[in-house]
Design a protein around this ligand. Structure first.
Ligand SMILES: [Zn+2]
Length: 410
């Protein structure tokens, strides 16, 4: 409900009837606002789907049929202009062989992103600078920025970051679920190894600043966040994170740190990963069943046709028998609104972790994102706030990072 509708409802006093009428009216209004602004998501693991057999980003898919959450038809339906498509590498062995394999896989993933853009050049375009976003959107195309989730593929050689920069990468986080040679993770069961960034991780920060790559502290430990914030010559980002004040989880961040992030010009992009939104107790029966399913079929992204159908039928049955608590769009909005109230609309954005575990009841895939705009407007936020949250803020950070890089080169 917008401010005008709320005032009318209060004045006339027939709240139920008018609330119903104005909700319907606001839906069209909210969609119009949503369509007028630039909408970017800063964390999509969609590139993992690009090499799936029989999977084409131009086809309409569904979570039910293949677990995917982003494709061109659903981006259009949800009104997502684009965002950061991640080169994600799971943490593997920290050995020369492990580093070489991870490097090769990550470079190939980057090439796959570029091939997708080249194949569908009438619908997608690669973004290399912040100003590209508005230009690409104005041309009626979707914006593909590239990012790195887990810089394990660099191994012990941070100069490789330049190779990824030249491939198109403009944002990078050092670490994922477990510690690596660059930094400590927020979630390694073994605890801290470096108590923040390793000496190599500090070189990684300097190299990212020098090249013009946005530093991403999502998945990093609190100490890494603190050191990254202190060392970086530019604002930093949390590309897909939540607030601990709303839900206490090590992958989320406390209010004091969010305030320091904002004071340094940075942004927190709110996540929709259920485990970081609601309490998810251990569910060993589910884990065992899903493991057995994986053993039977192999990784689901290698399946197609009848075999994928059979896998999905068994997977749905496991989910029915051993459900996890369901997070909803209310939980995502509670995070988003808390963050905006804490640091204002200039330091908060959207990074829902599509195809990486994000998605909640009421917003199962990218087609569902207009609901965020509708709810922000209903909560009293205005179009210019939404424009900042949906893309303006991350582009501001990107411009600052670009400017510093140019200064360093001069
Ligand atoms: Zn992630």
């Amino acid at each position: 409900m917008n401010c005008e509708a709320r005032r009318r409802t209060g004045l006339i006093g027939v709240a139920i009837t008018l609330a119903f009428v104005s909700t319907a009216a606001v839906a069209a209004d909210a969609r119009a606002v949503h369509e007028r602004i630039l909408r970017l998501d800063t964390h999509m693991d969609t590139p993992m789907n690009l090499a799936r057999p029989g999977w084409d980003i131009m086809d309409a898919h569904s979570v039910d049929a293949d677990l995917s959450q982003v494709d061109y038809p659903r981006m259009v339906k949800g009104g997502l202009d684009g965002g950061f498509f991640a080169i994600y590498t799971p943490q593997g062995p920290r050995t020369p062989e492990g580093f070489a394999t991870a490097r090769n896989v990550a470079i190939r993933r980057g090439v796959e992103i570029r091939e997708m853009v080249a194949r569908h050049g009438d619908k997608f375009a690669l973004g290399l600078r912040a100003d590209d976003a508005a230009r690409i959107a104005a041309a009626g195309k979707r914006i593909v920025f590239m990012s790195i989730e887990n810089s394990y593929p660099l191994g012990k050689d941070v100069t490789l970051l330049r190779t990824f920069y030249e491939l198109g990468v403009r944002m990078a986080g050092p670490v994922h679920f477990t510690n690596n040679d660059l930094a400590d993770s927020a979630t390694d069961p073994k605890g801290a190894e470096w108590h923040g960034l390793s000496p190599l991780g500090k070189e990684f920060v300097a190299e990212a600043n020098r090249l013009g790559i946005i530093l991403d502290a999502s998945h990093a430990s609190d100490d890494v966040f603190d050191q990254m914030l202190a060392l970086s010559t530019t604002p930093i980002i949390l590309s897909h994170s939540g607030t601990r004040a709303v839900f206490n989880h090590p992958r989320n961040i406390d209010d004091a740190r969010i305030m320091r992030l904002a004071a340094a010009g940075g942004v927190i992009q709110i996540n929709a990963y259920p485990d970081y939104l609601v309490r998810t107790p251990a569910n060993p029966a589910r884990d065992t069943a899903l493991r057995a399913l994986g053993m039977k079929y192999g990784p689901f992204r290698t399946l197609e046709g009848e075999r994928l159908k059979a896998y999905m039928a068994e997977r749905h049955e496991i989910e029915r028998q051993h459900p996890n608590p369901e997070a909803t769009i209310d939980d995502v909005m509670a995070q988003l609104i808390h963050a905006v109230k804490l640091v204002g609309p200039d330091h908060v954005g959207i990074g829902l972790d599509w195809d990486g575990g994000g998605g909640v009841k009421g917003m199962e895939d990218v087609a569902g994102i207009p609901e965020i705009s509708a709810r922000l407007l209903a909560a009293g936020f205005h179009e210019d706030d939404l424009a900042k949250i949906w893309g303006g803020n991350v582009l501001r950070v990107m411009r600052q990072v670009e400017a510093k890089a140019e200064n360093a080169i001069r």
